[in-house]
Structures are given as structure tokens and as C-alpha cells.
Design a binder for this molecule. Structure first.
Ligand SMILES: [Zn+2]
Length: 218
């Protein structure tokens, strides 16, 4: 018996379900630069069940991997496992590609090792790199690039703070904060009260003075 159930959906029906699910989280950001909606990774993992990923991988439309005749069955099964790999998944990549009807390029991301974790934390994809991956003209104005970062919310680990490498965050990257209000500001910076998304930080381990202790905001 195959580990994979028979396919009853195609990419189109999965995409419709995805859009209907509306689990994109609107994160208010100061200055409102870039995209304000973020798709928390845990929600994407929940949505992209083995059945749904299997449906996309085996879909025969022009924008899906199934349209490539050289991809045989073991390869497709392997692709489903790689996309849903618990430790190094590609579900955020798949969500982005699905919304742009470009699922066939999932293999290009996997070949380069551009996984969800890698794109959220280490490799900030440049616009020309995304164009290359999607086989677009390098000089065309790519509106896709603006929405790309909604899927790769950076994780902020306090225990990494001593890393020699400074952390780079792209100006379009959606941060795991929901801004409530501006508390104050000066010549160099502004201070905001904000709620952080769960699982995107480890600040609960940080010892703070008791009168500053709060489970919600920083
Ligand atoms: Zn398809």
C-alpha cells in the first residue's frame, strides 16, 4: 500500500482553500513600509498536509511539478517529504509559489537549499535571485518580490546575540511584531509597545527586572 493517498485535489482547489483560510496575520508595522501581512510558519505547516502537498506535486497543470514528464513517482514522493520535512521545510516557499501559480519552481528552491528557515534567517534573497529562480527577466519590475517576505518572518533568538555576524533584515521583511502604539522617540530611535508572535523569539528566557516583567509585550 502506498503511503500517499490518491489525489483528489489539484493546485487550484488547494490555492482556493488557502485564500479562504485567511490565516495571514495582519501585523501593524511602524511606518507601514512593505507588506503588513505575515504568514506564521506553524500555520503553513498545519495547512500543507501530506494530502495537499501531494495534490500540488502531482498536479498536471503547466504551473505544477506534475507537468514535468521527467519527474517519476519516487521522485515526486521524495519531493513531498522534502517540502514537509519537519526540521527543514519548504512549506513557506510552496505557499508563496502557490499564490503566484508557480509551484513548478519548488525544485529550484530545494536545489539551492533555500528552505523556509534559510530564507527567514540566513539568506536574504535579492530581487534578481528571485527573478532567476522564477525564470523571469532580471530587469523586469517584480511585484512578487514585495509579497515574498510575508512568508519568511525572522526568528529572533536572544541566545544568538553574541554571534559575531550582525543580523541583516531586509526592509521588506515582515517582523514578528504587532505594534500597538508609539511610546516615545528621539533623534536616533522610536520606541513602540508591541506584541511578539509566539515561537518567533525566546525572550521568555531572559531575566528582567520584576517591575518590567510582562508576558505579552516588550
Ligand atoms: Zn497545478
Amino acid at each position: 500500500m502506498s503511503a500517499f493517498p490518491s489525489v483528489t485535489e489539484d493546485c487550484d482547489s488547494v490555492a482556493k482553500r488557502f485564500k479562504k483560510s485567511r490565516f495571514g496575520k495582519v501585523l501593524r508595522v511602524p511606518g507601514a513600509r512593505g507588506a503588513g501581512t505575515g504568514y506564521p510558519h506553524a500555520k503553513l505547516v498545519e495547512f500543507f498536509t501530506q494530502e495537499r502537498v501531494n495534490a500540488i506535486v502531482n498536479c498536471n497543470c503547466n504551473s505544477c511539478p506534475g507537468s514535468n514528464p521527467s519527474l517519476d513517482r519516487p521522485f515526486k514522493d521524495d519531493l513531498v517529504s522534502k517540502i514537509r520535512n519537519k526540521d527543514n521545510s519548504y512549506v513557506s516557499v510552496l505557499a508563496f509559489l502557490l499564490l503566484h501559480s508557480e509551484c513548478r519552481f519548488i525544485t529550484s528552491f530545494i536545489d539551492k537549499g533555500y528552505s523556509d528557515r534559510e530564507l527567514a534567517s540566513h539568506h536574504i534573497l535579492k530581487e534578481y535571485e528571485l527573478n532567476e529562480l522564477l525564470e523571469l527577466e532580471t530587469d523586469c519590475n517584480n511585484a512578487d518580490y514585495i509579497t515574498f517576505f510575508q512568508f519568511f518572518i525572522p526568528v529572533l533568538w536572544y541566545k544568538d546575540r553574541h554571534n559575531a555576524q550582525p543580523r541583516t533584515i531586509h526592509e521588506l521583511q515582515v517582523l514578528p511584531f504587532h505594534t500597538i502604539r508609539k511610546i516615545g522617540g528621539g533623534g536616533y530611535s522610536n520606541v513602540f509597545e508591541a506584541i511578539m508572535l509566539e515561537r518567533y523569539h525566546d525572550f521568555e528566557e531572559v531575566k528582567v527586572c520584576p517591575w518590567h516583567q510582562s508576558n505579552e509585550g516588550i
